[in-house]
Write a protein that binds this ligand. Structure first.
Ligand code: ZN
Ligand code: MN
Length: 255
């Protein structure tokens, strides 16, 4: 039995770990198209894999991932018009985060790390944390602490240079590109088919959003940049950098 996955523990084991002060990592993803070459769940699988490795290092636990997220935006996720992409309203994301945090607090958990895997979730995660902390204060719980992070923010310039060789398109258009595809090739190769990668230049957008959406702004593949240079080797490196960076951050922030 994997000792970090909360869902796979019997409750007395879980309660004992919480009593010992274990932190909980909560991966937050999305069900979102990621191009013709990859499954629709990288935003769930990648923060989950990172969370499990970090938890093993620091003696923390991992809650089941939230498998749906906020609406895909055209300039960061291709857009919410794409088939398969299945999204929540912002209020729903916020409420899910708030409710899960309050339940963890009720169990006695006092340290939570919200590990985001889908760019569009960010502000709604922050709002859920803020509402949970406010409501916990009403119950006189004032020692509940949260870290909010997105895993790609831990990839340093040296790693970016090594992988992109000076051709880094920016995280905004990395949707379905080299970053996520490389990690998936390393962690879940069975969910990637590199023969289906469409090689096209990074998507170019005007400096504003337009609604209703103009589908023709999104590359036909649904990816915002090409994954053709993705590799399992890059994925292994990115994973190691993220796990180490997040592990160090937790030790610093919670100590
Ligand atoms: Zn993604
Ligand atoms: Mn996404």
């Amino acid at each position: 039995m994997n000792q970090v996955r909360i869902a796979e523990l019997a409750w007395p084991t879980y309660a004992a770990k919480v009593k010992n002060g274990a932190a909980v990592l909560l991966p937050i993803g999305a069900l979102e198209q990621h191009g013709p070459h990859m499954s629709m769940n990288p935003d769930v699988l990648l923060p989950t894999a990172i969370s499990e490795r970090v938890a093993a290092q620091v003696g923390a636990l991992v809650a089941p991932a939230i498998a749906y997220g906020y609406k895909s935006q055209q300039k960061s996720g291709g857009g919410n018009h794409m088939p398969g992409t299945t999204s929540l309203d912002g209020l729903t994301v916020t409420s899910i985060i708030r409710d899960v945090l309050k339940e963890l607090a009720r169990h006695g958990v006092r340290k939570v790390v919200l590990v985001n895997g889908h760019y569009e979730n960010s502000a709604f995660i922050t709002e859920g944390v803020d509402l949970a902390l406010r409501e916990l204060r009403w119950d006189s719980i004032r020692d509940f602490r949260c870290i909010i992070l997105s895993y790609w923010d831990f990839i340093d310039q040296k790693t970016i240079d090594q992988i992109y060789q000076g051709d880094f398109p920016g995280w905004a258009v990395e949707h379905g590109g080299v970053l996520e595809t490389s990690l998936m090739l390393h962690l879940h190769a069975d969910l990637v088919d590199m023969s289906q990668v469409r090689d096209h230049p990074p998507a170019a957008f005007p400096p504003y959003d337009f609604f209703p959406i103009r589908p023709e702004w999104t590359p036909e593949s649904g990816c915002l940049s090409s994954a053709s240079r993705a590799s399992a080797e890059h994925g292994k490196l990115i994973l190691a950098v993220c796990v180490q960076g997040i592990t160090d951050a937790l030790r610093t922030a919670f100590d």
